[in-house]
Design a binder for this molecule. Structure first.
Ligand SMILES: Cc1cc2nc3c(=O)[nH]c(=O)nc-3n(C[C@H](O)[C@H](O)[C@H](O)COP(=O)(O)OP(=O)(O)OC[C@H]3O[C@@H](n4cnc5c(N)ncnc54)[C@H](O)[C@@H]3O)c2cc1C
Length: 239
């Protein structure tokens, strides 16, 4: 059952789920959500768990234009409605909070499992977030990210692929004021800076990359170019 709905941006929202006998989850796992129409037609999609371990299972869905399931979950579903939920699923793209630096690289809604990870991270080890979104208004969890940057537990760089970086005067009044914004797609300089902030490839950071397939593939190449062994990079493709 949907226990609460949180609007994250104009086209994305988080659904806090009440799942009977939920066994708990590890950051990075996902669930399969099944919708059933009155005529019995069913559609199933995967959604990452965006809440930290120990918190109520939560998914964050970003609307895909004309998408069968995401449009319903973002526009129509309401508190009290029921969904078929299977999970938690996944044992590879997961972070159990070990004492190691963490490099979290997300494109668009790929930030969903990464939020679960930064919430699960050891607060004494560096956590570096490198994200790519189209426009500032579409950054998921902007307030939470900025709060963590101000608290010194996370450092964050967000690339804006389809909008200019707003002037300082505009940014300082927005949640993104604390976050480093850079124009265009993620580039080698940002990847090298993020890796350096983790202590370099030699510090053996946990590296997680998540988002659309094209984004994940480009970022794995950039990380490998910066000296990381691709076999150490854990990637989740949203399709
Ligand atoms: C392991 C896993 C975890 C995922 N976690 C999340 C998550 O946390 N949040 C989230 O919003 N989504 C997530 N997804 C994507 C999600 O499962 C759906 O694919 C997405 O919501 C679109 O479904 P739909 O039914 O709305 O679109 P569909 O009706 O399936 O597709 C409509 C059109 O959009 C295209 N399309 C499908 N998916 C995407 C996409 N992701 N981006 C751009 N175009 C697309 C299709 O090719 C098609 O042309 C995850 C996917 C996987 C595999």
């Amino acid at each position: 059952m949907v226990a609460a709905v949180v609007d994250e941006t104009a086209d994305a929202r988080s659904l806090v789920l009440d799942v009977p006998h939920w066994p708990g989850h590890v950051a990075g796992q996902h669930v399969d959500v099944r919708l059933t129409a009155p005529d019995g037609y069913q559609a199933t999609r995967s959604y990452s768990l965006s809440s930290g371990p120990g918190e109520a299972p939560t998914i964050t869905v970003q609307l895909v234009e004309d998408g069968e399931v995401s449009t319903y979950l973002v526009r129509d579903i309401a508190v009290g409605d029921t969904l078929g939920v299977r999970g938690p699923i996944g044992g590879y793209f997961v972070w159990a909070g070990q004492h190691r630096p963490l490099l979290l690289v997300g494109g668009g809604s790929g930030l969903a499992p990464l939020r679960a990870m930064w919430r699960a991270a050891d607060p004494t080890a560096p956590v570096v977030v490198l994200a790519s979104v189209t426009t500032p208004a579409r950054v998921l969890y902007a307030t939470e990210l900025a709060d963590r940057v101000r608290a010194g537990t996370v450092s964050a760089t967000v690339h804006l692929s389809r909008a200019p970086v707003p002037p300082d005067a505009v940014r300082s009044g927005s949640p993104l004021g604390a976050v480093t914004l850079r124009p265009g797609r993620v580039d080698p300089a940002s990847v090298e800076a993020a890796l350096a902030a983790c202590g370099g490839a030699g510090a053996e950071p946990g590296v997680f990359v998540c988002g659309p397939t094209s984004f994940v593939e480009a970022l794995v190449d950039l990380l490998a170019g910066a000296g990381l062994d691709p076999r150490t990079i854990r990637a989740e493709r949203f399709g």
